[in-house]
Design a protein around this ligand. Structure first.
Ligand code: ATP
Length: 201
């Protein structure tokens, strides 16, 4: 699996629809300060399901939408599409698909949507698709400025999470936490039911 192509429109400095193709091997993006190099990487993190506007250098999520310049009006939505080559069947549940395409859209009124291969899906489906592939939203495939320093300065438990993601156990750990919370709420319901039965008797 590798990132083949990105399409960006309305995301940060990308007012026009911009297509970026990545060949196998190394791609370097060069350009003057402030020309939007980091915005490309941020658009990838965003389409992979980043939920923190702060880590995308914004105050709130709609800040990622092109805000306009002296010469151009602001846009009403941002869209990022990432095409992944899956000819090696690396992405689980997509053995039949040689390409997996992830889309994220956000409108200024707050509406948003995620799509996998053109079908609407939940944010969770995007997370599940990429967790443990090495390309998850929090994986170390994307190292932003200052991240290395923060890894060195992080607490042992936080560092452990990084190794867990790399080792591929994070997905199961997250599911365990979810299941435990469902069990607790089911137990609460059962307790409540017992109380009601007791009162009725
Ligand atoms: P450097 O080399 O200094 O790190 P860079 O090439 O990585 O710069 P970016 O940080 O990606 O540049 O881009 C910053 C530019 O994006 C700024 O000019 C900023 O005005 C613009 N920008 C950020 N958010 C928006 C937005 N919502 N609408 C319009 N432009 C935006």
């Amino acid at each position: 699996m590798y990132l083949k192509k990105m399409e960006i429109v309305g995301f940060k400095s990308f007012a026009d629809r911009t297509k970026i193709e990545f060949d196998k091997g190394i791609t370097a993006v060069v350009g003057p300060n402030g020309s939007g190099k980091s915005n490309i990487v941020e658009s990838l993190r965003w389409v992979l399901g980043e939920q923190s506007a702060k880590s995308l250098r914004g105050g709130k999520m709609p800040d990622v939408i092109f805000a306009g310049t002296e010469k151009r009006r602001a846009l009403n939505y941002a869209e990022v599409i990432a095409h992944f080559d899956n000819t090696d069947d690396y992405l689980m549940g997509h053995d039949e698909d040689d390409e997996v395409v992830i889309t994220r859209r956000l409108y200024r009124n707050g509406d948003s949507e995620f799509l996998i291969n053109g079908k609407k899906c939940r944010l969770r489906d995007i997370h599940d698709l990429f967790t443990d592939t090495g390309l998850g939203r929090d994986s170390l495939s994307i190292i932003s400025q200052g991240r290395i320093e923060s890894v060195f300065n992080s607490k042992p438990e936080e560092r452990r999470a990084i190794f867990e993601e790399a080792a591929g156990v994070l997905k199961y750990k997250n599911r365990r936490i979810e299941t435990e919370s469902k069990l607790t709420s089911t137990q609460d319901n059962l307790d409540r039911l017992e109380d009601i039965i007791f009162e009725l008797n």
